[in-house]
Design a protein around this ligand. Structure first.
Ligand SMILES: NC(=O)c1ccc[n+]([C@@H]2O[C@H](COP(=O)([O-])OP(=O)(O)OC[C@H]3O[C@@H](n4cnc5c(N)ncnc54)[C@H](OP(=O)(O)O)[C@@H]3O)[C@@H](O)[C@H]2O)c1
Length: 292
């Protein structure tokens, strides 16, 4: 029942319309928006941990958040590349924590560095990842498990490192893939790992809501990054891509996305306009998954 209908108003010189407007305004002011921290109210700089920040989508996300006055903690394995990325960012109290994000020891050192330097965390953008095509029948188990060990356990490690630092609410954004809901030959282990990440996002959203932490995922389609290069060939520049997706009808926007277009969605999900969104997997794919 709407709040306005429950309130029994005393006789008044105001019209019904004016009374309802006043009640709505009071109700709005009484709502404690979820995922809004004291830093939002005070206008303090906010702090984000981004994995996969040395390249592609993660790097574009680091640039975008720094441009919007966030302090950024950069994670990936190649420290020298992270140093270059940091020097290209708009200045801030940016940190570098290099290491394999699927290794719990890396997560521990990230947690310690953020606690020491920032004292807390407002958002995690878990973007790191890699594609391993494997044969579902013939591949050795060690090959088969690679995607899970990286994508699923990496997300778990960084989430475990981040949540205790989000003492005043926060946002978690996992970068999954349309592979989490669509199938392609040779991609079963990657696709299953991304599907698991989607489901991790939903269950975490339930489990972390009482702490004021909103959890969402972004599922990119084709994005022009080094990941599009397979065996030295950029698949986005192939005849196959042009025929199926540019000239063909499978991709409504008829082009690959840019990493910056995923970064913008991540910033939105971490920002003040996304206080009522949790447990969602947002496809940012030029319409790829709406058609067949
Ligand atoms: N490009 C696409 O079309 C596309 C589509 C759907 C989803 N995605 C997803 O988007 C995310 C970013 O991919 P991208 O396209 O930006 O690819 P990318 O340019 O190859 O970037 C991948 C990033 O992950 C990091 N990384 C890989 N393994 C790591 C590990 N064990 N520990 C820490 N960092 C690691 C890499 O850095 P180091 O090598 O320095 O460690 C790099 O920064 C991935 O999760 C990917 O699955 C991409």
């Amino acid at each position: 029942m709407p709040l306005a209908a429950r309130v029994v108003a005393p006789p008044s010189r105001f019209s019904d319309h004016e009374r309802i407007e006043a009640i709505d305004a009071r109700a709005a002011s009484e709502v404690r928006l979820t995922g809004v921290s004291r830093r939002d109210t005070l206008g303090d700089r906010k702090r984000v941990l981004i994995s996969g920040a040395s390249s592609g989508i993660g790097k574009a996300t680091a640039v975008r958040f720094a441009n919007e006055s966030w302090d950024v903690c950069l994670n990936a394995r190649r420290e020298s590349v992270l140093l270059d990325v940091r020097s290209s960012l708009r200045p801030g109290r940016h940190l570098i924590c290099a290491g394999d994000y699927s290794d719990p020891a890396t997560a521990c050192s990230i947690h310690a560095a953020i606690l020491k330097n920032w004292g807390g965390l407002d958002a995690l953008v878990n973007c790191a990842g890699a594609y391993f095509g494997v044969d579902p029948i013939e591949s050795p188990m060690a090959e088969w498990r690679k995607s899970f060990d990286l994508i699923v356990n990496g997300a778990l490690n960084l989430t475990r490192a981040s949540v205790p630092l989000m003492t005043d609410g926060g946002r978690i954004i996992h970068i999954t893939s349309i592979h989490g809901v669509r199938a392609e030959v040779g991609s079963s282990s990657y696709a299953m790992a991304k599907a698991a990440l989607n489901q991790y996002c939903r269950t975490l959203a339930l489990e972390l809501a009482p702490r004021g932490i909103l959890v969402n995922a972004i599922a990119p389609g084709f994005v022009r990054t080094p990941m599009s290069v397979v065996d030295g060939v950029n698949e986005l520049d192939t005849e196959w891509f042009r025929r199926s997706y540019v000239d063909g009808h499978h991709l409504p926007l008829k082009r690959a996305g840019l990493p910056e277009e995923i970064a913008g969605a991540a910033l939105f999900l971490a920002g003040p306009d996304a206080t009522y969104i949790t447990g969602q997997v947002l496809a940012v794919d030029g319409g790829l998954t709406i058609t067949f």
